[in-house]
Design a binder for this molecule. Structure first.
Ligand code: AMP
Ligand code: MG
Length: 407
């Protein structure tokens, strides 16, 4: 596994073309340049509380204070232009600009108000409290976000808070996708004896869409050299990445192997993993010097998706210009024994749940055959058992990769 992942990593040339998109279309896109803040955020010192703004110097340690309240309230969006003298205070709402000279806000619930007099008990607060400083979120000229960031909702809000309406992002990575196999049928077609519906194209389209890449769906290809050649040529002419499923296991790979050998530097690998042993990968030689990368995933539906997570997911992030974000992982106790042979990495499908003691427990989702897609659909994680690891006893800690979260 480690060697296979290293070989994939060695082939990754991130794309460089950029485009400008409005903030409203930027979710999931990858920043091509740092975003530098053109303003201080917040632009002024302002109140963090509803209460009374005052001179911190009027608070004397160990002494109660009585301040005279001005007959006005400072609201967010309407700065107060009057003067607040020493010994005075003014009612202020959260987000309102601090009046000149005032540096402290006492929350309303700590005040005893009698007519125009605000009484504060000794030591209820210290000078400077409950004031948000100008530029404390982000100072003018500082980088707010770095190139390579895949934009999440909070990032969009941060950019909006700077008043920046559009962003320079990398163009979307284009991934051509097709399935291979005589037995496969597309949705809507009748199912002849011995045939199955093509599920991989839909699983992989979903996985690719979550990464924010552009998917070019080239459909189904028969187990036939001419058909494979035609579809591959179309994919190489248009896409940055060609992703296929099926047809790479030893049984039917002969003509695929010859064909791919003639079109690039594709290695047919037998990876020490389960599921997902057969996997072909390498740069293709497309027209006009194009070098699209081929990820030929195994046909078994679970193997196809596990291989995608193990090899393609982070590679596609890198190719998209992004910093790769590995799947979040945690350690959980296995609810039951798990059979496992040393000498290969296993990816079992599991459901991880919090325990009453505050830890995590994981149980496998039923039959774990490489073709049993239900095991994947019911799962919320992969239980990853390392190369050298043997059988797991009940209660033993194991590593899990969470499916949901960052992606
Ligand atoms: P292959 O890798 O072509 O030998 O296929 C291995 C197994 O996966 C066979 O049982 C295929 O029928 C099945 N398979 C291959 N491609 C798909 C697909 N796109 N959707 C569902 N099952 C598939
Ligand atoms: Mg096949």
């Amino acid at each position: 596994m480690d060697e296979a992942r290293a070989r994939v990593a060695a082939c990754l040339q991130p794309l460089t073309e950029t485009e400008t998109v409005p903030l409203s279309a930027a979710l999931g896109r990858v920043l091509a340049a740092d975003v530098i803040s053109p303003i201080d955020v917040p632009a002024h010192d302002n109140s963090a509380m509803d209460g009374y703004a005052l001179h911190g110097a009027d608070l004397l340690a160990g002494q109660a204070t009585a301040l005279q309240a001005l007959p006005t309230t400072v609201l967010a969006g309407t700065p107060f232009t009057g003067v607040v003298a020493r010994g005075q205070c003014v009612r202020i709402m959260t987000g309102a600009v601090m009046p000149p000279g005032l540096d402290t806000v006492v929350p309303i619930e700590l005040c005893q108000v009698q007519g125009e007099v605000v009484q504060l008990r000794a030591d209820v607060l210290r000078p400077g409290e409950n004031r948000r400083r100008q530029g404390e979120d982000l100072a003018c000229g500082r980088p707010a976000l770095r190139a390579g960031q895949r934009l999440r909702p909070a990032d969009l809000g941060l950019v909006a808070s700077l008043g920046v309406p559009q962003l320079q992002v990398f163009r979307r990575l284009k991934v051509a996708l097709f399935s291979t196999g005589d037995e496969l049928r597309s949705l809507g077609e009748p199912l002849a004896p011995g045939c199955i519906y093509d599920s991989n194209r839909h699983t992989l389209t979903g996985a690719l869409q979550r990464l924010g890449v552009e998917v070019l769906d080239l459909g189904l290809v028969r187990d036939d050299p001419a058909a494979l050649q035609a579809t591959l040529d179309q994919a190489m002419a248009q896409a940055d990445v060609v992703m296929t499923s099926g047809g790479v296991s030893m049984g039917d790979a002969d003509y695929t192997r010859d064909l791919l050998a003639a079109r690039g530097e594709v290695g047919f690998w037998k990876v020490a993993m389960r599921p997902g042993r057969p996997f072909a990968f390498g740069p293709l030689h497309g027209p006009q010097g194009r070098r699209p990368l081929l990820f030929a995933l195994p046909g078994n539906p679970v193997a196809a998706l596990v291989t995608f997570y193990a090899f393609a997911r982070e590679a596609l992030m890198v190719l998209s210009g992004a910093r790769p974000e590995p799947l979040p992982r945690l350690t959980a106790r296995s609810a039951a024994p798990i059979r496992k042979r040393p000498g290969r990495t296993e990816y079992q499908r599991g459901i991880v749940e919090p325990t009453e003691e505050g830890g995590w427990q994981v149980r496998l989702t039923g039959a774990q055959g490489a073709g049993i897609l239900r095991s994947m659909s019911e799962a919320n994680c992969l239980v990853v058992l390392g190369h050298g690891q043997g059988a797991v006893a009940a209660g033993e800690p194991v590593t899990v990769w969470l499916f949901d979260g960052l992606v």
